[in-house]
Structures are given as structure tokens and as C-alpha cells.
Design a protein around this ligand. Structure first.
Ligand code: ATR
Length: 269
């Protein structure tokens, strides 16, 4: 895939994802398929932006008549500084992932995309969740889960960060990864990306619980492989990626997003 520097953003595109690194992003494929399905003459590109240059990059894209930008790791907090309008949720979780450049306005569709991806995958009476990790992604998802009525336990390699996040969102910090009683076990860590594995005592998990890994790849992640071997249901980060993208597109354009086309474009990635 073509990746552009922000100084050389192509003038025939209107939408972009910014991040660092950005070369593995599936967003261009997904959004370009959506525009094609909607018969819209737009182009979506991937733009590499180093930390510290996010404001300059967003201003340049706005001047170049770009309409919308998705923001990914590690810029979701830095990008808030460019926005003139963000909602309370963005302020609370210090994370923006979708910007309307013409309105200087930003929202976070990760959290709703995540909650949406749970529908039909957890039972209506499921209310107990265990989250592993307390980084940027965890912050938005923990807030969303608690707001949605879940009783949440948070475990993190650095226990102080779990305690801080738990107290900010109204969850309980725990020191052990213990899935006992949880209907949902979410891995928000980047352990796998770093070649590490998480030691989860899956034999303690509730039958029928859902193991959720925010990561995704061509193969199931080790976290999901182990969960499946213990007969748990599993979901990786792709449904959430599709849903956060669909919600972003709907916010930019005010039309219903063609989710099937978006999914098809990144299937078998
Ligand atoms: P993101 O924005 O994607 O959530 P992040 O803010 O860097 O990324 O957070 C990464 C999370 O993965 C943190 O919870 C981190 O734990 P620490 O707070 O202890 O750093 C967790 N993490 C990263 N590598 C890990 C590993 N090898 N084992 C366990 N947890 C790990």
C-alpha cells in the first residue's frame, strides 16, 4: 500500500488515516470500498505522521481540502489539541479517532464500535468483564463498558496504571489475571505484537464466556487460540475496526455505511 508523508499528501484525496507506523492500516481498503459501494468519488489514503507533528499535519490536510481523518496509534491524544470541538467522552478518555477537518471537530467511534461488536456475541444478562491492559485503548473501552452497565475488573502488567484507570472509570483493579466469573475477557495489551504471551488460567473461565482480543492477524492470536482450546467463544479486533470505520463514515457523510462492502474489502487480508 502507498503511504504518504503529510507534507506530500495527494491533492486528489479527501480522507485519510494518520498514524506511525501506518503501512499496515486496513482503513484505506475499507473506506475506498465503502466510497465505491456508495458511488462517491472520494479517495482515502494512509499518511505517516511522526509524533509532535500531528497539529501541523492536520492543518496542512485541512488547507488541502481534506474532509475527514481517522487517527490511530500513537496520535489519538495529540490530535485532540488540534480540535476546537470535542465531546465529553473524548475529553474523559483523552482519545479522538475521527476528525471532521472542516468543522475542527472530533469524536471517538472506537468505544461505540467496540460495544456494537458485542451485540449478539454476549448474552443479554452478561455483566461481568475482565480487561487486561490499561493503555490508551483500554481507557476508552473501560469507560464504555462501565457506562454500559458492566462490572469491570482491570489487570495490568504495571499495577499502578490499572489502579489509576479503575478509579477513574469506576472499575476494580486486580493484580491477578483471573477469568473466574467473567462473561467477557478482553485483551487490550500489545503483548503479542512484542512477541510476548499473556498467562491466562483459561481453565477457570466460565463456560460460554467470550474472549476478545483487540489485535488481529491472518491467524488467530495466541490469546484467542488458547481461549478456543478451552471452548470459549472468540472475537478479534476486525469487527470493531469495521464498526468504528462505519460510524466514522456515517458521521462525516450522514449516510448509512455499507458494512458488508467494508467487511468484504478486508476479509482474507
Ligand atoms: P494502546 O494505545 O494500543 O492501548 P499503550 O497505551 O501503549 O497502547 O498500552 C499498551 C498496553 O499493553 C499497556 O497496558 C501495557 O502494559 P504496561 O502499562 O505495563 O506497559 C500492555 N503491555 C505491553 N506489552 C506487554 C507485555 N509484554 N505483557 C503484558 N502487557 C503488556
Amino acid at each position: 500500500m502507498n503511504v504518504y508523508s503529510w507534507q506530500e499528501a495527494p491533492s486528489d484525496a479527501q480522507f485519510a488515516v494518520i498514524g506511525d507506523p501506518i503501512d499496515h492500516s486496513l482503513s484505506p481498503q475499507m473506506h475506498n470500498a465503502a466510497f465505491a459501494a456508495l458511488n462517491l468519488p472520494y479517495r482515502y489514503v494512509a499518511i505517516q505522521v511522526p509524533t509532535g507533528e500531528v497539529k501541523a499535519a492536520l492543518s496542512k490536510l485541512a488547507e488541502s481540502n481534506y474532509r475527514g481523518v481517522n487517527v490511530t496509534v500513537p496520535h489519538k491524544e495529540e490530535a485532540i489539541g488540534w480540535c476546537m470541538h470535542v465531546d465529553g467522552f473524548v475529553q474523559e478518555v483523552r482519545s479522538v479517532n475521527t476528525i471532521d477537518l472542516r468543522r475542527h471537530s472530533g469524536i471517538n467511534t472506537d468505544a461505540d464500535g467496540f460495544l456494537e461488536s458485542l451485540i449478539g456475541r454476549v448474552g443479554a444478562d452478561s455483566r461481568s468483564a475482565l480487561m487486561i491492559g490499561a493503555g490508551g485503548s483500554a481507557r476508552a473501552l473501560a469507560r464504555a463498558l462501565v457506562r454500559d452497565g458492566w462490572e469491570l475488573r482491570i489487570q495490568n502488567r504495571t499495577p499502578e496504571k490499572a489502579a489509576e484507570l479503575a478509579s477513574a472509570v469506576g472499575a476494580k483493579a486486580v493484580t491477578e489475571v483471573d477469568p473466574t466469573g467473567a462473561d467477557l475477557i478482553v485483551n487490550t495489551t500489545s503483548a503479542w505484537l512484542q512477541g510476548d504471551s499473556l498467562a491466562v488460567p483459561w481453565e477457570k473461565a466460565k463456560p460460554g464466556a467470550l474472549a476478545y482480543d483487540l489485535a488481529y492477524g491472518a491467524e488467530p492470536t495466541p490469546f484467542l487460540k488458547e481461549a478456543a482450546a478451552h471452548n470459549l467463544s472468540t472475537i478479534d479486533g476486525l469487527p470493531m475496526l469495521i464498526e468504528q470505520g462505519a460510524l466514522a463514515l456515517e458521521w462525516w457523510l450522514g449516510v448509512s455505511a455499507p458494512r458488508d462492502a467494508m467487511r468484504a474489502a478486508i476479509d482474507g487480508r
